[in-house]
Unconditional design. Sequence first.
Length: 407
Amino acid sequence: MENSWIINEIEQIAQFGKDKRGVTRLAFSPADRAAREYVEKLMRESGLAIRTDQIGNIIGRIEGTDAKAAAVVTGSHLDTVPEGGKFDGIVGILGGIAALRTLKMRGPLTHPLELIVFSGEESNRFGVSAIGSRVMTGWTSAKTLGKLKDQDGVTFTQLLAEQGLDINHLDQAVRRPEEIKAFVELHIEQGTALEKANKTIGIIESVAAPARCKIIVEGVAAHSGTTPMDERQDALVSAAMIILAVNEIALEQADRGVVGTVGALKVYPGAMNVVPGLVEMLLDIRGMNHSSIIKCLQEIKDAVSEIAERQNTGVAIEILSSERPASLDGELVELIAGICRQQGIQYQHMNSGAGHDAMNMARITKAGLILIPCKAGVSHNPDEYASPEDIQKGIDVLTETLYQLAK
Ligand code: HGY
Ligand code: MN
Ligand code: MN
Ligand code: MN
């Protein structure tokens, strides 16, 4: 696959949702829809038969010689975080198109090949990540998704309806394990391990699981000029103490690979002359081992109630999601390692702190994840960058892996 095609298409897709700082293409937004239409055209031009399922996943397919054989699948996502980069998810989509184009030219394989553009992989809009692959693997329901609404109060049901999708038909998107032989995703690392080890390919053994909560702090809005310091119930002061407590608790477990972040915070009414009456925060805790995440969450709950007491402000914690780390398939790990050795590409086995659709697909089939370096580990940031050489090596390994699985 000529590199210029990939570099051009990365730039082209980055135009959808490009804003003053980076790319903002939130799940099911107009920019996301435009990017999906564009990629669907690329997939058709590459000879893939296209269908879209009831959660909006786009599935491109090349038939094999054995109509009954299970599909060998690759895929990733097009949606981004706010002010994100050009490579997160996109490398796996364009890499998948490149791989399937190459394999189509080589001639039919036994198993059909599929490329899936998953809906809503980023958790920003609804607090739940990888919605498309969750639905496809039966890991969520219309009942759960029907309760979701975004920060502007738009419900998930409404959003699907606007795209001509009916939340009550989500069950039709669920794939049976026997339909898929294996799933392999190509993605940028979004960390510095590969760069530090001077390796080109990371072969993932386990994917960290996020536990996500909404923390609501209730104080009393008051006049900032007339309310004495000892008569305040300042929600933002309590929230600040909670954020510091999260940081401290996560640091204590850092040696076990735990990370804790409060990445979003809303202050109400948000006026400089009003003591904040209400704060809403989003908490993201991750780790490779479930017990340390649970321990973290418990300690955060204790800290939150202690702060609420001391500051005389009410606090509520809503669990948005709490997953277990996903182990990926050992045979796939060995297959990919053998291909790296064959192609003379430096690789290492590692874990992924970032969540991916592969972790959901691991619930119904053998799942693999191939990572390539991104410069200084920068990601979820306009400066995200992966070199054409590393992207090409990732595609070469992905192509050969799909070939070995489907031949
Ligand atoms: O949040 C994540 O781990 C990824 O960006 N979906
Ligand atoms: Mn991401
Ligand atoms: Mn991603
Ligand atoms: Mn992903």
